[in-house]
Ligand binder design. Structure first.
Ligand code: M7G
Length: 317
């Protein structure tokens, strides 16, 4: 009896409008549409709505992903399954439906709330087009656009100021000019090294992306490369030779950051049209201090992104 009311109380708390610090009320989400689902990634990107602080329907994006297997849990999974159903058998081959106990069937749920139209667009499945952006295009089209439109980077400032994720910091170089903070990326649940994913966020706030980099930033980039690799080796035992360390162009968030992913992991965004290896970036800047203010850069834009329309208007697509 004494334990009886507790689960109900928790349920009521969960369903109250989400305030700061409160868990998001997943069970009261109204499903609007599936933005994208991926059989390969075993993930669904969902547009939902919950009642906001004054009762109005407010958009949220939910990302639901089946998590990778943890090697040390596999034996437990085989022993503790709750049900096993034979699907087919043929000669030496057979397939089954195996139902694991709840503690071995975790789903990672990422919530963006309140979500902006831009978040909904980011996760919506759409055709993509390649843009070849010259330096002039960057100055005349892209820069004015990102200055007016880009995603809020408050989450980055929260990490740098230790207002969020402070307990997750793997390494920090506190120098205001050449320092950075290394944290696990929120795509990684840290349960297994196969999909290791960290990001280094620079302390200085005046560098938006690869396009801004010059020789002035070489000490910062070299610190990230060297100290970042050392920190990952020390904490996770993964050597630098098994890390992919790169910047995105274009990034989603225009505050300079560097991605660290396991080399064996086909991380989203590690494709040729988006990833620029940090070691190559350093070499390019050593060859020519103005390298990224001279060369054209290629990236993909989704069909209904306003920036694509800007490029189309001037006949660049
Ligand atoms: P990006 O290249 O700007 O954009 O990378 P992308 O998301 O299109 O790849 C930003 C990186 O920051 C991504 O790898 C995100 O998963 C990660 N990220 C985004 N947010 C909002 C957070 C956050 O709040 N915390 C952490 N730790 N990582 C985040």
């Amino acid at each position: 009896m004494a334990d009886g009311p507790a689960p109900k109380r928790r349920r009521e708390e969960e369903e109250a409008a989400p305030g700061p610090g409160a868990p998001f009320p997943l069970s009261s989400v109204r499903l609007r549409r599936i933005l994208r689902d991926s059989a390969r990634e075993k993930a669904a990107f969902v547009h939902g709505q919950v009642a906001g602080p004054s009762g109005e329907p407010t958009d949220a994006v939910l990302i639901l992903e089946k998590t990778p297997f943890q090697e040390e849990k596999i034996e437990e999974l085989l022993r503790k399954h709750t049900k096993l159903e034979l699907q087919m058998r043929n000669d030496i081959y057979s397939t089954y439906r195996l139902y694991p106990p709840p503690e071995l069937s975790e789903i990672k749920a990422t919530v963006v709330y309140p979500a902006t139209e831009k978040h909904l667009q980011k996760y919506l499945r759409q055709e993509v087009h390649l843009i070849r952006e010259t330096w002039e295009d960057y100055k005349n089209i892209t820069l004015p656009f990102i200055q007016s439109q880009s995603f809020s980077i408050q989450w980055v400032y929260n990490i740098l100021e230790k207002k969020a994720e402070a307990d997750r910091i793997i390494h920090e170089n506190p120098d205001p000019l050449n320092g950075f903070v290394l944290v696990p990326d929120f795509k990684w649940n840290q349960n297994q090294l196969e999909d290791l994913y960290l990001i280094a966020l620079v302390h200085r706030r005046d560098v938006k992306s690869l396009r801004d980099l010059t020789a002035e930033h070489l000490p910062l980039l070299k610190n990230i490369l060297q100290e970042g690799k050392e920190a990952v080796a020390k904490r996770f035992g993964v050597p630098g030779s098994q890390l992919r360390v790169y910047l995105h162009y274009q990034p989603s968030y225009f505050h300079l950051h560097v991605h660290f992913t396991a080399l064996g992991y086909d991380a989203p965004g590690s494709s040729a049209e988006r990833a620029h290896l940090l070691e190559d970036v350093v070499d390019n800047l050593l060859l020519d201090v103005g390298y990224y203010q001279k060369r054209a850069l290629t990236f993909a834009l989704r069909a209904d992104e306003p920036l694509l329309k800007k490029f189309q208007e001037v006949g660049r697509v």
